[in-house]
Design a protein around this ligand. Sequence first.
Ligand code: FAD
Length: 490
Amino acid sequence: MGKPTGFMEITRKDAPAISPAERVGDWSEFGIRLPDSELQQQGARCMDCGIPFCQTGSTTGSGKALGCPVYNLIPEWNDLVYRGKWREALNRLHKTNNFPEFTGRVCPAPCEGSCVLGLIDKPVAIKSIEQAIIDKGFEEGWVVPQPPDRRTGRKIAVVGSGPAGLAAAAQLNKAGHWVTVYERADRIGGLLMYGIPNMKLEKGVVERRVKLLEAEGITFVTGTEVGKDLSADELRQNFDAIVLAGGATKPRDLPIEGREAEGVYFAMEYLHADTKSLLDSSHADGKFISAKDKHVIVIGGGDTGTDCVGTAMRHGCATVTQFEIMAKPPEDRAENNPWPEWPGIYKLDYGQEEARAKFGDDPRQYEVMTKKFATDKKGRVKELHTVQIRWVIGEDGRMKPEEVEGSARVWKADIVLLAMGFTGPENPLLTAFGVEQDGRSNVRARYGDFSTNVEGVFAAGDMRRGQSLVVWAINEGRAVAEAVDKWVMR
Ligand code: FAD
């Protein structure tokens, strides 16, 4: 622990950002790194707690997250940063996390929710420090390919190149196995590439890591859908083990009157096309759904919805509104959401900040239920019909929505984006391998050994646990690699 009194003397300082009004003018990341001296001060706020809840990576009985899912050695690297030992800090960080440049940018930071200092003050700025360590590492040229010294001769196929597939590939390659990653999209990265928008995670950051992995000996094959372009049998014949890391991107639909209207899209149709067009041609090819001068309604108040808001803002939408079915969260932790659980409190994420800067208010409308899409004569969406709801306890003791009488409302809409979450993995890949699914339609494979009902076929990431977080995908990728290594070397 660098400075025993640091937490009493130094206040938290977050990394600054380009103002919301200015940053919507382009698609670049908008965070600004604090100077080294200030980051060192922030590291000094860490108390090196006897029990560092920040790095526990577990869940409570009620399923709430506690601490870092990849067990980052947070107090250790906070101390090293405080002492100016950035390179050692980077080595500590890479011990637990293959891709801190991703988590440092997009992780919601459950570590900070569990920071002991958070009990009496603002938590340590862990996420900003993590990003600074790795960004500095790249700038200084400390992050270089590290191919394994020897090869085992075993061959592993990884299906899907999101953070779970990439982490599994990185670890298996490190163990000396020959790894080939198959990806159906034209670029590697899964939702890091074609889900999370560029302003949150610049795609050059993803490509930089992929180049390193390639230089370490991993083979990447894009534009190949396993189960369609390449059969499951072929893969099983040519590889000693297979890791399925295809994600969970089957979108939840809203089958109400008018759903077939033109102008109603799934969020991922909007986000994927936008990033692809941005990367292919800086949007010059026009192969994206433009929200310019349009009235946009996003149904769904989560992260995907926020990314739709941020994207629509950059297109220059006329208005943007975001519907959330749940009640507005409290400003402070609720009694049933104590530290060190992830705090379910109200916050303005980047997209909402940007909408507020332009239109004057948080675009979210809470406890709104959409009843109907109304169309014009050409079948294009023109309005959304909603009611206000309230949450009440039903006869079975569970919360259920109840419509508020007289609350019907009509909203003007040219584009509607459905961002209501995901119901599980897409089936063709699973059918091709004959793997069993659980009650939530995810691949049935126990955490720890990750094996499916098909011998030699393993599953990890969202495909196994359901739509989650990048940091959990990295956790699962690392853990499945350990299980596969044991299996192929048995
Ligand atoms: P994915 O990232 O989904 O990757 C799966 C890959 O498998 C895809 O590239 C897919 O094309 C490929 N694939 C599927 N089937 C096949 C096949 N048959 N053959 C070949 N390839 C196949 N998490 C955060 O922590 N922070 C965020 O800010 C955040 N923002 C998000 C924003 C959006 C819009 C979305 C949708 C999710 C977000 N998440 C965020 C969640 C996070 O991105 C995912 O939990 C994570 O990417 C899951 O990783 P994965 O590797 O399991 O799967």
